[in-house]
Design a protein around this ligand. Structure first.
Ligand code: BGC
Length: 745
């Protein structure tokens, strides 16, 4: 197992994450950690008064999920059917800036004396807070400044920032506060890491219109190419002197320092599809008439509901406890809940992976939502369904029938410029269908299956039938693909892919009725082919329990791990892909993941043998990998390894294991920590429509507890040294299985 050296960066606290000192060198990381968002808007935890002193130690980022610009991908050597355009999430106008001066001096972390500086986010009310105590070197006057921020979970387009300034040792001073909306924003420049942000330099948004009405100061802007429009605006709790410049608004107030000051800035972003400027003004007017405290109450009520179904408790390890809540909180902050957006690999916290949606959604994040907030899971599937026309077109690009979902995308078009690790991962179809199946099993919502799911299921299956081949002596083969492990590309019969397709075809066949057959022009011959392919799906088995990850994997030489230094990981940044592809080395779980998702299709011996074979070959260079290993290690009673892998996935972001949290959080790894407890230590699997648990308690912990929703019930599972208790919180009686014994709840 790859060694990680956990080193705790932020204090361990139960319901919050905080920092108590400002460190410019790690500021960008903290900006990601302290992001507040609501799945639509995401505002990085940047300093409100940020100035030029921060130089490149800040990424003043505000993002709207699904708001992007496109540009043609320029290939040195193009070929037919390559993805045509980049899509990049855009940094939108910055509504954070607040400049405070006292007796002509700008209050900044780089001048005067700072006796207290804290930044934190709290998971129970979603509030970001920053407190500074600042003393002027010139006059000795001391003031306390607090900023409180939230992005409303209940009002999609609204955020708010409250500024409080309190004189400490004086009663008279010339204090000014200036609050701005800056529309001249740019994306982060590329730093050579392909996982970081990309494609645009310079300003992409140009202002079409300014808004000034009823105290609202706003900009309506448009992107150059995608022609998407965004309105952004601010409204303050008291009137001040207004300044307007190109792409810029500000409002300024003067105070005499005799009493505490409080100003709230209400912030709104609305994109074109929502009739922007009108909605912006209504939303801002409503929010400002309610006031900050009411918005905070709404936020707290929303989060109380969320934690009711989504909290996981681990007694005996406070660092893990904090991480589990931090992760669940960030997942909620990142996930699109409108059916028009999805959850990006980095949520709405940064520009890493350009704001793209991947299979991370369905395989890692979806289970968390379907078992805790199924209505959000449904929205994710609805979003995929809305992109089905693009997927059909993409299948045509590959000269195939049916539909092929894009490997990475925002708008439904393939945006992967490197097809061996992009389009070739055609398992994306089966991943989405796996989520659909799970959704139907967990919610019983067959209406969704009928109205939207089946069309996706049929069209994606048609793609596989066309892309794959019946080969004499082998059965149904799917050649020329890349599986989940991106250090092995363009191979034949990736076992993960083939098993997932087999499962999808079986799900399809079981869902068919005559009416469906007529509705989708399905012929008997077609059904027969689906049955044949499912039954005779080729799997690269050997004469032992060892299974090939694909047809060629076991014939390759092993990666020289002993000669690879710590500094050479991740391999993708230090070796040519050809060198990596020719060896037995994995970026992330592949066959091991199939053992989790298709658990019933492997014997206990196969699980053991293959775990022992593939685990040492895995670099975990992808943050998606440790969670899967934690689950299987727990199943195999390798508890020490399970706990280590779990620790790794749980604290990936809080401890910045991949040294790139500055570019955004790792939403799949975050969800992986939930999976590792629920699928791993509690051993949850659905078999024949029923819940099965096989709970185990790591010796380091006193207990763990979580809740899941299943077919209208809320069930609480608690495991401690005495055993496991299942409690039906609400809903009708249900039978579940614990260690294969039927239990009536
Ligand atoms: C992983 C992919 C993943 C992507 C986005 C890559 O490093 O290999 O499996 O989808 O990151 O998280």
């Amino acid at each position: 197992m790859k060694k990680i050296n956990p080193s705790i960066i932020y204090p361990i606290e139960n319901w919050q994450v905080s920092e108590t000192a400002f460190d410019i060198t790690t500021n960008q990381r903290s900006e990601t950690i302290f992001t507040v968002g609501n799945g639509y808007i995401g505002i990085r935890g940047c300093l409100e008064e940020a100035g030029i002193e921060l130089e490149n130690h800040t990424l003043p980022g505000t993002y709207i999920n699904g708001f992007y610009e496109t540009a043609p991908i320029v290939y040195g050597e193009a070929a037919y059917g390559y993805a045509e355009n980049h899509q990049t999430i855009l940094n939108v106008p910055n509504a954070l800036p607040v400049t405070i001066t006292m007796d002509g001096e700008k209050i900044s972390l780089f001048a005067g004396k700072i006796t207290n500086h804290t930044r934190k986010i709290a998971f129970k009310n979603g509030l970001y807070e920053r407190h500074i105590t600042w003393t002027s070197a010139r006059t000795g006057k001391q003031i306390a400044i607090s900023f409180s921020r939230l992005v409303s979970f209940t009002r999609k387009h609204i955020a708010a920032l409250k500024v409080q300034v309190t004189p400490i040792n004086f009663t008279q001073a010339d204090i000014t506060i200036e609050s701005a909306l800056q529309g001249a924003v740019t994306n982060q420049e590329h730093d050579g890491d392909p996982r970081a942000g990309a494609a645009f330099s310079g300003q992409v948004l140009h202002t079409k219109q300014t808004i000034q009405e009823n105290g609202i100061l706003g900009l309506v802007q448009e992107t150059r190419t995608s022609k998407l429009e965004i309105a952004s605006g601010i409204k303050h709790s008291m009137p001040g002197e207004i300044t307007q410049k190109t792409d810029f608004w500000s409002e300024k107030w003067h105070f005499d320092g005799s009493e505490p000051i409080e100003i709230t800035k209400f912030i709104s972003y609305v994109t074109k599809t929502e009739n922007n400027s009108e909605t912006l003004c209504t939303e801002l007017t409503n929010a400002s008439s309610l006031g900050f405290d009411t918005l905070l109450q709404e936020q707290t009520a929303f989060l109380t509901d969320f934690w009711e179904s989504s909290d996981i408790q681990v007694a005996g390890d406070d660092a893990l406890q904090q991480a589990l809540r931090f992760n669940a909180f960030h997942l909620l902050q990142s996930v699109g809940r409108d059916g028009k957006t999805n959850i990006a690999a980095k949520g709405v916290t940064g520009e890493g992976y350009e704001g793209h949606y991947f299979w991370d959604t369905e395989i890692f994040i979806f289970p968390f939502f379907v078992f805790t907030n199924p209505e959000i899971a449904k929205k994710l599937l609805e979003h995929r369904y809305s992109l089905l026309p693009n997927a059909k077109k993409r299948a045509r690009d590959l000269a195939c029938s049916g539909a092929l979902f894009p490997w990475r995308t925002i708008n439904g078009e393939e945006a992967s410029a490197y097809y061996p690790a992009g389009t070739a991962q055609i398992h994306i179809n089966a991943d989405i269908m796996h989520a659909l199946k799970l959704y139907v099993e967990v919610t019983g919502d067959t209406q969704f299956l009928q109205e939207k799911g089946l069309e996706m299921l049929i069209e994606t299956s048609r793609f596989y039938m066309d892309y794959g081949d019946f080969v004499e002596g082998r059965g149904f083969t799917i050649n020329g693909v890349t599986g989940p492990d991106e250090y092995t590309a363009l191979i034949n019969n990736n076992t993960y892919t083939n098993l997932m397709v087999k499962d999808q075809l079986e799900f399809l066949i079981a869902s068919l009725t005559e009416e469906i057959g007529t509705r989708f022009d399905i012929t008997d011959t077609e059904i027969k082919q689906w049955e044949q392919a499912a039954k005779n799906m080729y799997i690269h088995r050997t004469d032992s329990a060892l299974i090939g990850q694909d047809d060629s994997f076991l014939a390759k030489g092993k990666w020289p791990f002993e000669e690879t230094s710590e500094a050479q990981y991740p391999l993708l940044l230090h070796f040519h892909p050809m060198k990596i592809y020719q060896k037995q080395v994995l970026k992330q779980a592949d066959l091991i993941l199939a053992m989790v998702l298709q658990s019933e299709r492997f014997t206990a011996e196969e699980k053991l043998v293959n775990y022992d074979y593939y685990e040492p070959l895995t670099t975990h260079d992808s943050s998606l990998s440790p969670a899967t290993h934690a689950i299987i290690a727990a199943e195999l009673n390798r508890m020490e390894q399970a706990v280590s892998f779990f620790y790794y996935t749980a604290r990936t972001d809080l401890d910045d294991y991949h040294h790139n949290v500055k570019d955004g959080v790792h939403t799949a790894a975050m969800a992986g920590s939930w999976l590792a407890i629920v699928y791993g230590f509690a051993g949850l699997r659905i078999k024949n429509g029923s819940l099965h648990f096989q709970p185990k308690l790591p010796k380091e912990w006193a207990s763990y507890q979580f809740r899941i929703t299943f077919q209208g019930r809320l069930i609480e599972v608690t495991t401690n040294f005495k055993g496991t208790t299942y409690r039906l919180i609400h809903g009708e009686t249900i039978s579940i299985f614990s260690d294969n014994n039927s239990v009536q709840l």
